[in-house]
Design a protein around this ligand. Structure first.
Ligand code: SF4
Ligand code: SF4
Ligand code: FES
Length: 800
């Protein structure tokens, strides 16, 4: 990554008599706290929400030369500024007392029964700075409460201090405008737009932003008091972003998830999957080894089951030579668990697969161009390529992309349309579904054609711009326009959301010289720890195992933490292939599409039970910590080592030993040590030098036009899917089936917004509520199917 020498301009000022020197542009409230050690109390100030609005007046200070008290949060430090806070200014102190008294006029003062009590800035600041009593003798204003504004959040308007943090998050960060302030003056209240439920995928963040107990997570109401809980620092494994979290534990149950702001990863935001989804009820979990008997799956003894399993796997590993056994994972294991299964796979000469499509997960090929998430913040051009919403692969990336656009980056969305980011993008370049490969090749050709100082002259193209754009179904002038944007950009970031082979991405990155910029490429993995599983050697794709399974070359298969019957676009083929396989073992949290076809089922540890590390989509190694014991009582890594013993190999039986072994000889973990994995992990990666791509690009053309009356299906796996989401009642609205229909098709078929529409595809039928899109490619239909029904395949649609 290039570096630029910068000199930082500073200013010197006085705060309560203390001279401080800070970088120019520093907010006064920050400078005072960090450099002068003086707290200026705040409620509405929150820099992550954008420019300050000075709503609450809690931060009033005296500025020498200013005629009136000033809201410190709206000021940046100036040279020679002399500031007196309430510590040293009687006028500021009187104002602060007045503000607190005013804020509390109508407040119910119900701290003893408020869930925020003990963790509440209003309570804390009132204790520290409050006047001690109130002159309010009139009846207080009351409201109906609590108001459920969504299945996950309740609003208590009596506690609201109108700081507008929640509405600013909704309007300016998530950009959904679902939360609004209604009425005027003393009648002002927070409400949802048009009384509709607050359904944004990031809604839970307002429960943390709210500085009082006005917005609370429904599931945590009356569950715990601060002195009863333990907050365990860990990392969400709901997707590959790896947001840093606290899991709040009370009496053996995870009651709440809070963000643990890692600015480079999550900026303190979580999506509602990470915050609210739970693997519950625990008593429905697979908690003991199960063996198929005539009556179905029956509990077995650990050692009996593992010994028999080892014998059967050993048999099929030797009976017809190597490759008779397959170990299939889904990017959901910790690095240490994956290392254990890699050792088992090696001992059995087994095939492995850790990602749906092998070529799309060839991350090492892209290391020279890899962009960290934070590169999006500084990008001057962000291009999102693929059929899938970026948020479906990496939840909170949506918020970062929106922030980059607000900061001036030119945002281009490339795909078949019907996604949430398109309306706000500067350019929308429509393609056929599943055209990522052809589109990247077309862009590479257009970049080479455009030329320029940064474009590599030895870059190879797979055809002419016209021919490749036609393959992708894209307008050639728009392709050239986007190529021009990329060539001109100093810090372009390319976000690839689909299963596109890394060779196509590499060709474009090389042509653009992305390795020489502070931008780069950010392909989004499917599995939360897909990068980690690959780093320890569990490589290969499900797409490579399936034909071998169908041909009978694989006779024994172990599926660890994955369900290709539901999660693969080839679910039906998987189901049929598994039915004819000699030995099927699944390791799962709940019964699923593959457990019903397995002879042996073993318990899977899930989030909050695992002790280990994961690698996020940037390559950042982060520690996950358990708050609960595994439901089986035996951690997966421990029973895996017992299985290894029956196979007469030895593996590391604890995560600490496994991690240190990885650190000793695996470049992805170089320089790290288990005991030193901190709570805020740095990105332990440097870009290797880029070399000219050696692999040729074979463009995968999108599927040909469907038969008359059929639609091209766009059905990538949504973020809100999976075992935990499906079992979390408050997330039902996030899973509500949706059918996005192109407006010309809607007119032709007489479909209106809100109608129930049925879409029949190869894996099943999806009945959802119609949304009409003016950008979606006519002849296509987009659905949020719980599994991956097959982007680019065909479907038949009709009103219900
Ligand atoms: S509900 Fe909370 S965050 Fe929203 S305005 Fe009221 S106090 Fe502020
Ligand atoms: S974005 Fe991903 S990692 Fe972050 S909270 Fe959501 S599911 Fe978890
Ligand atoms: S924190 Fe300054 S006005 Fe609210």
């Amino acid at each position: 990554m290039s570096t630029t020498e910068q000199t930082v301009d500073t200013v010197t000022l006085h705060v309560d008599g203390r001279e401080i020197t800070v970088p120019k542009g520093t907010a006064l409230v920050v400078a005072a706290a960090e450099h002068a050690g003086v707290e200026i109390p705040i409620f509405c100030y929150e820099p992550r929400l954008g420019p300050p609005i000075g709503a609450c007046r809690m931060c009033l200070v005296e500025i020498e030369g200013a005629p009136k008290l000033q809201a410190a949060c709206t000021l940046t430090c100036n040279d020679g500024m002399v500031v007196k806070t309430a510590e040293t200014s009687a006028q500021a102190k009187e104002a602060q007392d007045g503000v607190l008294e005013f804020i509390l006029l109508n407040h119910p003062l119900d701290c003893p029964v408020c869930d925020k009590g003990g963790e509440c800035p209003l309570q804390d600041l009132t204790f520290r700075y409050g006047p001690g009593n109130s002159r309010m003798t009139l009846p207080k204003r009351t409201y109906e409460k609590p108001l459920p504004i969504s299945p996950s959040i309740v609003l208590d308007r009596e506690r609201c201090i109108l700081c507008y943090r929640c509405t600013r998050f909704s309007g300016d960060v998530a950009e959904d405008a679902e939360l609004v302030a209604r009425e005027r003056g003393a009648e002002s209240v927070i409400a949802t737009f048009n009384e509709q439920p607050y359904t944004n995928a990031f809604s839970g963040n307002v429960t943390e932003l709210c500085p009082v107990g006005a917005l609370l997570p429904t599931a945590y109401r009356f569950k715990a008091r601060p002195w009863e809980i333990v907050n365990v620092p860990t990392v969400c494994t709901g997707c590959a972003t790896g947001c840093n979290t606290w899991s709040t534990l009370r009496e053996g149950k995870v009651e709440r998830i809070l963000s643990r702001n890692h600015p480079d990863v999550d900026e303190g935001w979580l999506c509602d999957k990470g915050r609210f989804a739970r693997y519950e009820p625990r008593d429905e979990r697979i908690s003991t080894p199960l063996v198929r008997a005539l009556s179905g799956l029956e509990p077995g003894e650990w050692d009996d089951v593992l010994r028999t399993m080892a014998q059967r796997l050993r048999h099929f590993s030797t009976v017809d030579g190597a490759g008779g056994v397959a170990i299939v994972t889904g990017g959901a294991l910790t690095n240490e668990e994956a290392l254990a299964w890699k050792a088992i796979a090696d001992s059995l000469d087994a095939r492995t697969a850790s990602a749906p499509i092998a070529a799309a997960a060839d991350w090492d090929r892209l290391d020279a161009y890899a962009a960290p998430l934070a590169a999006i913040d500084l990008a001057d051009a962000v291009v999102v390529i693929g059929d899938q919403e970026p948020t479906d692969r990496a939840g909170t990336i949506d918020l970062r992309i929106r922030k980059a656009r607000r900061s001036g980056a030119r945002l281009t969305i490339v795909g078949p349309g019907g996604t949430a980011l398109e309306p706000d993008a500067q350019q929308f370049l429509r393609t056929l579904p599943a055209a990522g490969s052809a589109m990247l090749a077309a862009l590479t050709a257009a970049v080479v054609e455009a030329g320029g100082a940064n474009v590599r002259s030895d870059a190879k193209t797979a055809g002419t711009v016209e021919a490749l754009a036609a393959d992708a179904g894209a307008d050639v002038a728009q392709v050239r326009e986007l190529a021009g944007t990329l060539v001109a950009a100093a810090r372009p970031v390319l976000v690839v959301t689909d299963h596109v082979a890394a060779t196509e991405i590499e060709a474009l990155a090389w042509a653009l010289g992305l390795d020489q910029t502070d931008g780069g490429v950010l392909p989004l993995p499917v599995g939360a720890n897909e990068r980690g599983e690959r780093a320890v050697g569990l490589v290969g794709g499900w797409d490579e195992i399936l034909p071998a399974l169908e041909a009978g070359e694989v006779q024994a298969i172990v599926l660890v933490g994955c369900d290709p019957v539901v999660e693969s676009t080839e679910g039906e083929r998987w189901q049929m292939a598994l039915a004819q396989t000699e030995v099927v073992v699944s390791v799962a949290a709940f019964t699923n599409g593959v457990t019903s076809q397995s002879q042996v089922v073993l318990p899977l540890d899930v989030e909050h039970e695992r002790d280990g590390s994961v690698i996020n989509l940037e390559g950042r190694v982060q520690r996950v910590r358990p708050s609960l014991a595994p439901v089986s009582g035996v951690p997966l890594i421990e029973w895996t080592s017992r299985l290894a013993g029956f196979l007469e190999i030895s593996i590391h039986a604890t995560s600490a030993k496994a991690f240190n072994a990885l650190a000793a000889d695996n470049p992805a973990f170089a320089g790290l040590a288990w005991g030193e994995l901190g709570d805020r992990a740095p990105l332990n990666r440097t870009r290797p030098a880029a070399t000219a791509p050696t692999a040729g690009v074979t463009v995968t053309a999108p599927a040909s036009a469907p038969a008359d009356g059929a639609f091209r299906l766009i059905a990538p796996r949504p973020l809100f899917s999976g075992a935990a989401v499906e079992r979390t009642a408050s997330l039902v609205h996030q899973r509500a089936p949706i059918v996005v229909v192109a407006h010309v098709d809607a007119e032709r078929l007489g479909i209106k917004r809100g109608d129930d529409v049925a879409v029949r595809h190869a894996v099943g039928e999806h009945v959802g509520t119609a949304r009409i899109s003016r950008r979606l490619l006519p002849g296509s239909v987009r659905i949020n199917w719980r599994g991956a029904a097959g982007t680019g395949s065909t479907a038949v649609m009709g009103a219900q």
